[in-house]
Design a protein around this ligand. Structure first.
Ligand code: VNL
Length: 388
């Protein structure tokens, strides 16, 4: 073959990939699309797709490409997928992370590769301290548990049993609720924990029924609330005079309608309700439902939506530069209006600052909703605030 021809072939095979590597920004989105946490993966994936459909796939002259991977919520799998996305696909950002162990397993890779890790779901306080490249758009459990404890102490609840999933976010919820409730004069009768995987609530619910506290404070991860409520009713606790109070993970919008009238009146604290009264949220809920066969968006979905807003905003600020340190620097201090209300990224901790709402489950037009009746504005993660 002539040298000229060889060069032409070489140019043909090399040029397109060089061009696309320069002009596209890849986001590696790792979510539990199957397994116990599949509802979280489904919600976030749907929000990311809606974001791309509404805002377009070009930012600062770069084409955005999202590569979705299913980690089945097994942290070893999350880690392997993160490694492959960084090494083979050369992603500029890692995002997603349905549960704390998955976010934690990825942190050393983010640090080593200097790639931002945008945590859209997991809620253990310490995740942001696991790498200087972690930035969170979800929530921490202390953000909702402290206001819940404050409300309980002020509203005639004196004795509480806590019941949490036995891993990072549950332990944060238990400690932050208990510390605040005791500081406000309340009594913690007992701290109960149940396994995160395949939980059986019967034994702990029996204990709660026997001890008859004024209230049972509960945290279980998104997707597990309906199973908990079913057993709460089966044990007759809904008619026992023991009030159910919770983080909004339990009265999850994704499952709330299926829980039945037994949850009407349940008071809980959280960062997002599909019933949040703002123009931005009404538009979000309507578009989300339309794109997903009527599925109601939950708090996980807004973590995904705002994670995309964070990545797009940072790329605009860096003018399309995908250097990880520059992207994280651009993310610090960003502020915008989310469907959940006003939010920002604390420049000191890279954690989210957001309103927490006290809500009551109510029936409206035949559907159950978490109706917000009090707002605690601009809540920083109380665990990190206490360390300062
Ligand atoms: C976590 C926290 C997961 C809260 C959740 O649902 C949740 C976590 C899957 O950090 O693992 O509602």
């Amino acid at each position: 073959m002539l040298r000229r021809e060889l060069l032409a072939i070489a140019a043909l095979s090399v040029l397109p990939s060089v061009a696309s590597a320069q002009d596209s920004v890849k986001i590696g989105l790792i979510l539990p699309m199957t397994g116990q946490q599949a509802s979280t993966g489904k919600q976030i994936d749907a929000a990311v797709k809606l974001y791309l459909a509404q805002k377009g796939t070009t930012v600062a002259g770069k084409k955005i490409e999202v590569i979705l991977k299913d980690d089945t919520s097994v942290p070893d799998v999350t880690k392997r997928l993160a490694q492959e996305l960084v090494v083979n696909d050369k992603v500029a950002v890692l995002a997603g992370f349905g549960i704390t162990p998955s976010a934690m397993a990825t942190a050393p890779i983010a640090t080593q590769a200097k790639v931002p890790e945008v945590v859209m779901a997991a809620g253990t306080s310490s995740i942001t301290e696991a790498s200087p490249f972690v930035v969170r758009t979800s929530f921490t459990l202390a953000q909702s548990s402290v206001p819940m404890a404050e409300w309980a102490a002020r509203n005639g609840i004196k004795k509480v049993i806590t019941l949490v999933s036995d891993y990072g976010p549950g332990i944060d919820a238990e400690k932050s609720f208990s510390d605040k409730f005791k500081a406000d004069g309340g009594t913690i009768v007992e701290n109960l924990r149940i396994p995160m995987r395949s939980p059986d609530f019967a034994p702990v619910l029996q204990k709660a029924a026997d001890a008859k506290p004024d209230a049972l404070f509960v945290f279980v991860p998104s997707g597990t609330g309906a199973q908990f409520v079913k057993q709460f009713i089966e044990r007759g606790l809904d008619k026992s005079g023991v009030k159910l109070i919770a983080t909004g993970d339990v009265t999850d919008d994704d499952q709330l309608n299926g829980m039945g009238d037994a949850v009407v009146g349940v008071i809980n604290a959280h960062n997002y309700s599909a019933a949040h009264d703002s123009a931005a949220n009404k538009a979000y809920v309507e578009a989300f439902k339309k794109a997903n066969g009527g599925l109601r968006p939950n708090f996980m979905s807004v973590g995904g939506w705002d994670g995309m807003e964070l990545i797009y905003g940072a790329l605009k600020k860096t003018n399309g530069d995908t250097n990880g340190e520059k992207l994280v620097a651009a993310m610090k201090g960003m502020a915008w209006e989310s469907p959940r209300g006003p939010i920002s990224i604390d420049p000191d901790t890279r954690d989210i600052v957001q309103n927490i709402y006290i809500r009551k489950v109510e029936k409206k037009d035949g559907e159950l909703y978490n109706v917000e009746f009090a707002t605690i504005p601009n809540v920083k993660d109380p665990v990190k605030a206490a360390k300062k």
